[in-house]
Design a protein around this ligand. Structure first.
Ligand SMILES: [Zn+2]
Length: 250
């Protein structure tokens, strides 16, 4: 092995978003290292933990879920406040909350949709949703299991999920599998390109590996979603560093 001094293993990792072969060390936090793509500026953990390691955060002795449930009143209120925005795409349609957590949005959607389904990787979350919100249907499934299903949806809501997944291309493949042609996917994720992101990126609370394993901008979601047959039709304005966008399956 005769590598130049400025080379390291991580320079050899291709960009999962644009497939560019060159990505370089960007920043470290919590003993994890992010690479950045020289072509599209996507940042992602390298090495990337596998999904089993990441899932361990969302299963069994879940430390993430508890605070969520403590704020269940405000989560439920916010789910209903968001509802009018979804009406043009969800009214009388088959809807899915992909990564539904405690089922708050699936429950809200159940009042306007023809059918409302929530799917999550966390058994605890699904058990909570099933017990509390009986109007919607829930299932605990992973991407591979979902790819084996034949159910398609007119409207898929997936909030604060994409930044957590080990294989972003598997997530996208699953999303494309779940959304009907001419259907919509409504996605939210932290916005790396927002003016309010601190100049010293390590001070940004959303940069919190290994909970968030990658970070997007408007540019990188455009590239990624296009590759899976979606067109981003709208970015919603947001005062906080969060991307909220609607994409159509062409
Ligand atoms: Zn790239």
């Amino acid at each position: 092995m005769n590598k130049p001094n400025n080379s390291s293993e991580n320079t050899m990792v291709a960009c999962p978003v644009c497939d560019h072969p060159e990505t370089h060390y960007f920043v470290s936090k919590n003993d994890y290292t992010f690479n950045r793509c020289t072509e599209c500026d996507f940042i992602f953990l390298n090495p990337m933990p596998n999904q089993d390691e990441l899932n361990a955060q969302y299963t069994d002795d879940n430390k993430e879920i508890e605070p969520t449930y403590n704020k269940s009143g405000s989560r439920l209120r916010r789910a209903f406040i968001k509802l009018p925005r979804f009406l043009p795409y969800a009214l009388g349609k088959n809807t899915l909350d992909f990564g539904c957590g405690g089922g708050f949005v699936a429950h809200a959607l159940s009042f306007v949709a023809k059918s409302s389904t929530g799917i999550d990787i966390s058994e605890n979350a699904v058990a909570y949703a099933k017990q509390r919100f009986k109007r919607a249907n829930y299932a605990c499934m992973d991407f591979v299991q979902l790819l084996e299903t034949t159910e398609k949806y007119d409207f898929v809501y997936s909030s604060e999920v994409i930044e957590h997944v080990s294989e972003v291309n598997l997530y996208m493949k699953t999303l494309a599998h779940l959304v009907k042609k001419d259907g919509y996917a409504y996605i939210t994720t932290p916005d790396l390109g927002h003016p309010k992101v601190p100049q010293n990126i390590t001070e940004w609370s959303m940069l919190c590996p290994p909970i968030h394993v990658q970070h997007f901008t408007k540019k990188t979601v455009d590239i990624l979603f296009k590759r899976y047959g979606f067109k981003v039709v709208k970015f919603y304005k947001h005062k906080k560093p969060g991307l909220i966008f609607l994409s159509k399956r062409l």
